[in-house]
Design a binder for this molecule. Structure first.
Ligand SMILES: NC(=O)c1ccc[n+]([C@@H]2O[C@H](COP(=O)([O-])OP(=O)(O)OC[C@H]3O[C@@H](n4cnc5c(N)ncnc54)[C@H](OP(=O)(O)O)[C@@H]3O)[C@@H](O)[C@H]2O)c1
Length: 270
């Protein structure tokens, strides 16, 4: 059950990724997706690029949307939700703001509103996002709104339902994750350049290698360490590369990166 009309408040980077993901899926038409944005230049850009309604009128958006997505920065969530709370009925509301809890959001809304906290990533733009969704215990969330949120956000990628206490960790892993992988792809591509491969070709080779390895993990269901061992032959080339990665503590660095991003997410909510 996909929402018939989706209202997105905050048409910045993530808001735009969601708009593009929804429209490019062709599951929804231009008149089923609308946005609210404070910046007039940004609104103009969104209207011109996507042909959807985008202005600064929250009340109108709330009146016609049967699913509302809050995609503003964490520090603006309280004022936006207060505005939404004035006219919202029983429509589900999804916040994607890092660190902001369901309890915090619910304070500004009537009790009847089903509140969801989600953490997608920028790959929503190409419908390849990872989207973790949490629901508060004993909240107004009914199976109908759960199904609507699941199937509508499912257009943008892979949805997993999680306990809210995992959301800050998931923000460090999923929300920030694409930036780590972009860095890895760029570094792999630079290695190609060092060895004589033109950069544009090298980027494609590196990105496709990352994609292939990801699909192997997801489709075979094998543990990544096992998949790695399967491609490391004794005395071969790959073990030489892996030894270099171990010397530079790549694994430790990635673990530290996710941990620091998660603690930053936690601090945004307090
Ligand atoms: N970027 C990511 O990869 C990512 C991933 C997962 C989750 N998130 C979450 O998504 C949210 C948005 O992040 P972002 O990166 O898209 O930020 P962003 O690019 O700054 O987008 C936020 C947009 O909301 C607008 N805005 C501010 N106040 C508003 C209001 N009262 N009503 C309507 N629009 C308003 C901003 O306009 P102005 O610039 O004029 O203020 C801006 O265009 C954040 O809470 C973040 O934690 C982001």
């Amino acid at each position: 059950m996909i929402a018939k009309s989706i209202g997105i408040i905050g048409a910045g980077k993530m808001g735009e990724a969601i708009i593009n993901g929804l429209l490019s899926s062709r599951s929804l038409s231009k008149d089923q997706v609308l946005a609210v944005e404070v910046s007039p230049e940004r609104s103009k850009y969104i209207r011109a690029t996507y042909g959807i309604s985008c202005d600064d009128r929250v009340e109108e958006l709330v009146n016609v949307s049967d699913l509302i997505i809050i995609a503003v920065k964490p520090e603006v969530v309280a004022s936006v939700v207060t505005e939404v709370g004035k006219t919202i009925g029983k429509e589900p509301l999804v916040s994607i703001a890092a660190g902001v809890t369901i309890e915090f959001i619910s304070k500004y809304l009537p009790k009847r509103v089903p509140v969801f906290r989600a953490m997608p990533n920028i790959a929503a733009y190409v419908r390849a996002a990872t989207i973790a969704i949490a629901v508060a215990d004993g909240s107004a969330v009914k199976s109908r709104s759960l199904k609507m949120v699941d199937e509508t956000l499912g257009i943008l990628g892979k949805v997993v339902f999680v306990d809210e206490r995992l959301m800050d960790a998931i923000t460090g892993l999923v929300g920030s994750g694409p930036a780590y992988i972009y860095t890895i792809i760029d570094a792999l591509a630079d290695a190609g350049v060092r060895l004589g491969i033109p950069k544009d070709l090298s980027i494609i080779l590196a990105a496709q290698t990352v994609r292939g390895a990801s699909i192997m993990v997801l489709e075979t269901g094998k543990h990544p360490a096992l998949l790695r061992d399967e491609v490391v032959s004794p005395g071969g080339t790959t073990i030489e590369g892996l030894v270099t990665l171990e010397r530079g503590s790549l694994r430790g660095l990635l673990i530290e990166a996710v941990t620091s991003a998660a603690s930053r997410a936690k601090s945004l909510g307090s």
